[in-house]
Ligand binder design. Structure first.
Ligand code: TYD
Length: 226
């Protein structure tokens, strides 16, 4: 029925907001499917593991193709059927991440080529609304560092917590890369203002959740009235 996505650089808080939107929609009685990208199908989760594994050296073009392969499978296996069933689909990242991270961050291709690849991979599916949590690369980095600290400094870190603190392969890409990605996301919001709503990622979690929920509610009302 409607397809919405949440985007932003690592540490901007989008996973928290995606989860909050899903539970709010469910509380309001909507039938919701939630996916994260890359992921959501057996194949896509397997590809995710490879993409985030810092033991792999992956060149920009194969990286782009792997993210695209994961997405193509998710669209065909899950998103399209869920929409056909009249569900609300919420996706934590979608093709805007490819434009920002691979297109601009890695700087591998001209924008027209990336956008036609994205359209093809998504089978022509376009999010009805995308909320972009905009945050500077420095701020996002600080948040990621904060997040990986143990809750209480005087308690020993459990082995699984220690594992979680390791930055993944993408997160090891450096500050200049994240600066380009953050800027690319902001440019996407300017280029497609009817779809991409830019929100200040520094706002409180509750304020952001509220704004996103109101946007989703209005979109659903519009659809119901159409
Ligand atoms: P994400 O699930 O947001 O990471 P985390 O679990 O750390 O919150 O996304 C995984 C990483 O993949 C993230 O660094 C962004 C990156 N990514 C791309 O580079 N291109 C893409 O097309 C997608 C969907 C994600």
């Amino acid at each position: 029925m409607i397809f919405v996505t949440i985007e932003g650089i690592d540490g901007a808080g989008k996973s928290t907001q995606a989860r909050r939107l899903v539970s709010r929609l469910e509380d309001e009685g909507h039938d919701v499917e939630f996916f994260r990208e890359p992921g959501g199908t057996r194949l896509s989760e397997r590809i995710r593991t490879i993409l985030l594994d810092s033991d792999f050296a992956i060149d920009p073009l194969p990286e782009l193709l792997l993210f695209s392969a994961a997405r193509a499978q998710l669209v065909e296996e899950c998103i399209r059927p869920a929409l056909a069933d009249g569900k609300v689909v919420v996706c934590d990242r979608f093709y805007d991440s490819t434009t920002a991270y691979q297109g601009v961050g890695r700087g591998i291709a001209d924008p027209d080529w990336i956008s036609s690849l994205n359209a093809r991979v998504a089978g022509g599916l376009r999010p009805d609304r995308t909320w972009l949590l905009s945050l500077s690369a420095e701020e996002a980095l600080q948040r990621r560092a904060q997040r990986s600290k143990p809750l209480f400094d005087d308690l020993p870190v459990l082995p699984e917590q220690a594992l979680r603190t390791e930055p993944d392969r993408m997160e090891q890409s450096g500050q200049a890369f994240y600066d380009r990605v953050a800027k690319a996301f902001d440019e996407l919001a300017t280029a497609e203002p009817d779809r991409v709503v830019r929100l200040d990622g520094a706002l409180s979690e509750d304020d952001l959740a509220d704004t996103i929920w109101r946007g989703a509610r209005d979109l659903l009302a519009e659809r119901a009235g159409a």
